[in-house]
Design a protein around this ligand. Structure first.
Ligand SMILES: Nc1ncnc2c1ncn2[C@@H]1O[C@H](COP(=O)(O)OP(=O)(O)O)[C@@H](O)[C@H]1O
Ligand SMILES: [Mg+2]
Length: 364
């Protein structure tokens, strides 16, 4: 059995799964979501938005997060009557605090010291999944498409797996063609940031606030003209681009008053339209949605409207829990690493070849 740990750009919590794998199938045994300690969350948000920190503070966060992951694993084991020796390895994505896959010195960083996880849990831990792919000229992202392919396969019809986390990414599974996968742009991140500023809520439950606003079409068009959307794949993005400052700059350039709820409605439409524009390039088929955004009813309804030729549904309808799919992917990537199998897809990331991903940390 493997444990997968994922905490994405939304910083809403730590997703954890215990799962086992065969050559053909996945069995999800347990899943849970745990909160971040509030002080840690604040530090991580500041760091990922580029706030200056000393090296000592940086190291403290790396340690604090590693310890938090380890304690969370131990709690997860206890809650599910598991022992360390039941687990072959942990695959821990870590928390991305920087991701810049382009330029002369590409660099991505996920924090959460895996030495601490291995030491405090007594379980072999695989972490730092992205940098090997980047060392081979890839984006280091997205890494989930290989798992999506393993999970949903390719049959007669086109399937697009859409994960709406802080950022949204797609994996396109087309019969007899190599898989395509990239970040389409913002997921929930801008909506989360706007509602937290105006309403003090972490997210817009079911898109209720956005639903009472009106989409400002001119502002939406302006946002959609951001250069990221015209870039060809492979491409990946994060908080470095679509953060609060980006929205601030958009509103400044727009320079006309827009009600807060109309901004929220426009941000929801922005997420939907940027995704739909990409999905439409792949004709028609099934759109399988996972990640927290799949719980946003207004967003799902808007996606269905924008994609009339697609069967839009949550992955749950295919028997795969959409909240734990990414954590499951990192459990699988740990399995791949230990089995000596590749984890990346060069067609997706742009790396020069497929390779084993992750560094292995031993508990002994
Ligand atoms: N019921 C809901 N209504 C609206 N949005 C939701 C709902 N449930 C979750 N979300 C959104 O999903 C986000 C978390 O998604 P998640 O897949 O965990 O992202 P990440 O991988 O970035 O952590 C939350 O921040 C929130 O924006
Ligand atoms: Mg999350």
């Amino acid at each position: 059995m493997y444990i997968g740990i994922m905490s994405g750009t939304s910083l809403d919590g730590i997703d954890m799964v215990a799962a086992s794998f065969s050559d053909q199938s996945v069995t999800l045994h347990h899943q849970a979501e745990y909160p971040f300690p509030e002080t840690l969350k604040e530090k991580l948000i500041a760091l990922s938005q580029g706030a200056p920190v000393t090296l000592e503070e940086f190291g403290t966060i790396d340690h604090f997060l590693g310890k938090t992951y380890a304690e969370t694993v131990n709690r997860f084991l206890a809650e599910n009557d598991l022992k360390a020796h039941d687990i072959t390895a942990i695959g821990c994505h870590g928390q991305t605090v920087f991701h810049k896959p382009t330029g002369p010195m590409p660099f991505t960083m996920q924090l959460g010291d895996a030495n601490i996880i291995a030491a405090l849990t007594g379980i072999t831990t695989v972490a730092d999944f992205r940098r090997k792919d980047m060392a081979l000229g890839g984006q280091g992202a997205p890494l989930v498409p290989a798992f999506h392919q393993f999970l949903f396969g390719t049959d007669a019809s086109t399937k697009v797996v859409l994960n709406i986390g802080g950022i949204a990414n797609i994996s396109v599974l087309t019969p007899n063609q190599s898989i395509v996968g990239y970040d389409t742009g913002p997921g929930n991140m801008l909506m989360d940031s706007w509602i937290s500023e105006h309403k003090g809520k972490p997210y817009d439950k079911d898109g209720a606030w956005a639903s009472i606003g009106t989409v400002n079409q001119a502002l939406l068009n302006q946002m959609l003209s951001d250069g990221y959307f015209a870039q060809p794949a492979p491409k990946s993005t994060g908080r470095e681009l679509f953060h609060r400052g980006w929205l601030e700059a958009q509103l400044n350039v727009f320079n006309k008053p827009v009600n807060p709820e109309d901004v929220q409605a426009t941000l929801l439409a922005f997420t939907v339209q940027s995704i739909a524009n990409d999905v439409l390039r792949f004709g028609q088929g099934e759109l399988l949605v996972c990640g927290g955004g799949a719980r946003n009813q207004a967003l799902m309804a808007a996606l269905k409207t924008a994609l009339p030729n697609w069967q839009v549904m949550a992955t749950d309808e295919k028997g795969v829990n959409g909240d734990s799919l990414e954590a499951l992917a990192f459990a699988w990537l740990a399995h791949q690493a230990l089995e000596g199998k590749p984890g990346n897809l060069p067609d997706v990331t742009g790396a020069s070849r497929s390779c084993r991903l992750g560094a292995i940390y031993y508990p002994d």
